[in-house]
Design a protein around this ligand. Structure first.
Ligand code: CA
Length: 224
């Protein structure tokens, strides 16, 4: 399987260099975005396996982009800065980036880092906050970190819907439609109760009850 890399870089030469080098390696598909405020849209469209994120960008800087991506996804992020002493500051901000590279870099170094970060994120159980969710639609079994969650059919449908679109906010009405295929009308409270039970089961397996977040006035979303 080819890995998709989203290159966020406003200097066309550097962006092209990175893209060419990754493609020459084989096994990578790349796309490029040159503005910070366009990253989220590209991210949703491309569903990349890793983001190479420049720090200084028009529209929205790399720090804000990193924060924004982290509210939606645990996608591996490598930040690229122009100054070595920036890295300490970035680390202090605890942005949740997976690695940092300083310009000027050799393309070979970048590819090595990309591979290393992808390897780390591929091997289960090594990421600190990485939760591993497996959903078996044929057997109606959902496992988190290898543990069977023991879900009811309604909870299973809820989790499947929410986790298929991680980061997307679902209204209670939408969740109701996902839970019941017979157009049964149930109260908002019933949806809340099912979500509450599902959260409990997830928390038991993850040690972290924030996998499903309530979004005030809107509904719920799944965030890894
Ligand atoms: Ca830049």
């Amino acid at each position: 399987m080819e890995k998709r890399i989203l290159i966020v870089e406003d200097e066309p030469k550097i962006a092209a260099l990175l893209a060419d080098y990754l493609r020459m390696q084989g096994g990578f598909l790349t796309s490029t975005v040159d503005r910070g405020d366009a990253v989220l849209e590209s991210f949703r469209k491309e569903q990349p396996d890793l983001v190479l994120l420049d720090l200084m960008l028009p529209g929205l800087d790399g720090i804000e982009v990193c924060k924004l991506l982290r509210t939606h996804s645990q996608v591996p992020i490598i930040m690229v800065t122009a100054r070595v002493d920036e890295i300490d500051r970035l680390l202090g901000l605890e942005l949740g980036a997976d690695d940092y590279i300083c310009k000027p870099f050799s393309p070979r170094e970048v590819v090595a880092r990309v591979k290393a970060v992808l390897r780390r994120s591929d091997s289960p159980g090594t990421g600190n906050s990485q939760q591993r969710l497996e959903i078996d639609e044929e057997k109606f079994v959902a496992k988190l970190n290898g543990k069977d969650l023991g879900l009811t059919p309604v909870e299973f449908a809820l989790l499947k819907t929410l986790s298929n679109f991680a980061g997307k906010v679902f209204s209670r009405d939408q969740l109701m439609n996902a839970m019941y295929t017979d157009y049964r009308v149930v109260s908002d409270r019933a949806v809340d109760t099912h979500v509450k039970n599902l959260r409990k089961k997830l928390a038991r397996a993850s040690g972290d009850d924030d996998l499903i977040q309530s979004v005030y006035g809107l509904g719920y979303r799944f965030g890894e």
